[in-house]
Design a protein around this ligand. Structure first.
Ligand code: F6R
Length: 607
């Protein structure tokens, strides 16, 4: 969702701000704006639509070396230029960019209006510059601290004062901000992508902290004004600048990165000799592992699907009760949190508000929550304290692909670790370890020869309805395939457990309806074949993803997509690949904006 970049340094700010916005474009937005300090005060440009439009509007910009910019994903108020950030106070000398939601907006707005403040937008954000102005007596930090005392809600903000061209103020509560410390320049970003072009030396702001950024660095304060000691860190190497390279867009690039991203997640963690795995970030001894009475994987969307696969693997291999839960539902059903269970918050961004809410619920009820997170230093990773980084590297396309396979990799590593403490012998553990370490090769093998995806594309792009089916380990993949096709191509579809088809969705089938059946060879093969016959009897177009060499499946299917053979519990790594490619190519055929599908945001920081 909304993105922030702010720059104070010795070079012109505008091109750096526009470039920074391009790097956070992937988060999803519908308007953008930039404010820099000029000789006559604040120079402001805003537009709806893409950063490209803003860039045209800004042109050469000004020579100013201080400024900030924002991409907005509409919450309060429509997609208009007035509602785009930055917002100014009545005098036009204070500018604010804001991610998050001011919950007591109406109360504060009424108070300011009673004093004669005229609002120019429908946003909650506009409260902030007016409120800061209200308390401003020449000291920017004091004014911001005082204003934030009145505010309830979440915020990550940047504030510019025309009277103080040598500083930018930033504050955080529930909406992430990271500060980059470069040579003679300091940069503020809503995520590391916005700043890695400048520096890898960073400070992550914590909740209820305010920072004063200058060209020389930054000083962090608590909301009560107390200074906080410096705590810099250096961004990981795999957190490089995301570039498309030879690929047409990020989604395709990220699909093809999977052999490497899975390898990176497993490397150094899976040990063939011991038939075991080591996840240092969990900090769990064998004694603690043996005591684990259950596992709950919490996540949303694709991360929830990875959690489902992980839960199935845990029950299958470690014989530990395990389940996945949709994080956005978790805390609202007043869940029972068991102290014997391990809770995992599975999240690519580490910023998903719903997942964060679930983490808070587990913690509040005395449970132990650990992160399975991609973005290093993200809120979920930091709130959990312990966990596993999946090391996918930056995932830029809104539709998640490589994060899914990396999350499954991390959960498989944990499964192996847990299984070895109870259910698996050394030899069995070694078999699992070998099979797991071979996955990147099998994924590469498939991607090198993906089969007749375009035939499937032709069948789905004008379909009124597409059904994805799978049993057991293929069921979460069916859900994931449908989610991808909806997100990227906007084709109406759903994923279902294959056995449930006859309990309802079969009514949707008519001549030519594409039914995509995930049927790698497993214990459910015969049942899957019966379901396929039922599908074909209704005239549907049966597309089957099956093990290479399974001639019977190939002959039943109207379109056959073979995948390399792996153990049943690892098939999701392979069965998901044709579905990712299908969504991608269907989106392309329909002229969709592949990396930035409509209405979606990469990190969903509101509930
Ligand atoms: C799907 C997708 C979303 C995310 C979901 C959770 O392609 O991108 O469904 O998986 O919003 O996001 P994270 O993993 O960042 O918590």
């Amino acid at each position: 969702m909304c993105g922030i970049i702010a720059y104070i340094g010795d070079k012109p700010a505008t091109p750096r701000l526009i470039e920074g916005l391009r790097r956070v474009e992937y988060r999803g937005y519908d308007s953008a704006g930039v404010a820099v300090l000029g000789e006559d005060g604040i120079w402001l440009r805003k537009s709806t639509g893409r950063v490209e439009e803003l860039s045209r509007l800004v042109g050469e910009g000004t020579k100013s070396t201080v400024g900030m910019a924002h991409t907005r994903w509409a919450t309060h108020g429509g997609v208009t230029v007035q509602n785009a950030h930055p917002h100014l106070d009545v005098t036009g000398r204070i500018a604010v960019v804001h991610n998050g939601i001011i919950e007591n907006m109406h109360e504060l707005k009424a108070k300011l209006q009673a004093e004669g403040t005229v609002f120019r937008s429908e946003t909650d954000t506009e409260i902030l510059p007016h409120l800061i102005r209200h308390y401003y007596e020449g000291d920017p930090l004091k004014a911001v601290l005082r204003a934030l005392e009145d505010v309830r809600g979440t915020y990550g903000i940047g504030v510019l004062f025309a009277d103080h061209p040598d500083m930018i103020i930033a504050a955080r509560n529930g909406s992430p901000l990271v500060i980059g410390l470069g040579e003679g320049e300091t940069v503020l970003g809503s995520d590391p992508q916005a700043i890695v072009a400048h520096t890898r030396r960073v400070i992550y702001l914590d909740d209820r902290e305010v920072a004063v950024l200058t060209r020389q660095g930054c000083q962090v304060h608590k909301l009560d004004g107390r200074k906080v000691a410096q705590r810099q860190q250096v961004l990981d190497q795999d957190w490089g600048l995301a570039e498309k390279g030879q690929f047409q867009n990020f989604m395709l690039k990220e699909i093809y990165e999977q052999p490497e991203s899975i390898r990176r997640c497993l490397s150094g963690r899976i040990q063939i000799d011991d038939g075991n795995a080591k996840l240092g970030g969990l900090n769990m001894s064998p004694r603690e592992l043996v005591a684990v009475g259950g596992v709950v994987n919490l996540g949303c969307g694709t991360s929830y699907h990875a959690g489902m696969v992980g839960a199935m693997a845990l029950e299958h291999l470690a014989r530990v009760p395990a389940r996945a839960e949709i994080a956005s539902e978790f805390r609202y059903r007043h869940p029972i949190v068991s102290r014997e269970s391990v809770y995992f918050a599975v999240s690519q961004s580490g910023e998903t508000a719903d997942t964060l809410g679930a983490v808070e619920e587990v913690t509040l009820k005395g449970g132990q929550c650990m992160g399975i997170v991609n973005v290093v230093g993200s809120t979920i990773a930091r709130n959990c304290g312990q966990g596993v980084y999946v090391h996918s590297g930056p995932e830029v396309a809104v539709a998640s692909t490589k994060a899914f396979t990396s999350q499954m990799s991390a959960l498989m590593a944990f499964t192996l670790m847990l299984a070895r403490t109870r259910n698996l012998s050394l030899e069995q553990g070694q078999q699992v370890a070998r099979a797991l370490l071979d996955i990147p090769n099998r994924v590469q093998e498939y991607l090198d020869a993906p089969g007749p995806i375009d035939e499937v594309v032709a069948s789905v792009i004008h379909a009124r309805y597409v059904l994805f089916l799978g049993r057991a380990f293929s069921y979460p993949v069916a859900l994931e395939g449908a989610l991808k096709l909806k997100e990227v191509a906007y084709v109406p579809c759903e994923g279902y457990p294959a056995g449930e088809m006859k309990h309802g969705p079969i009514a949707m089938l008519e001549k030519g309806t594409p039914v995509i059946f995930l049927a790698p060879t497993d214990a459910h093969r015969e049942k899957a074949i019966s379901n396929m016959k039922e599908v074909q009897a209704r005239g549907a177009n049966l597309i089957v993803v099956h093990n290479a060499g399974d001639a019977e499946m190939a002959s039943i299917a109207n379109v056959s997509i073979p995948i390399p053979v792996v153990p049943a519990y690892l098939t999701p790594f392979l069965t998901v690949l044709p579905l990712q490619l299908l969504a991608y190519r269907a989106g392309l055929a329909l002229g969709r904006d592949i990396d930035k599908p409509r209405n979606l945001a990469k990190s969903v920081t509101v509930e």
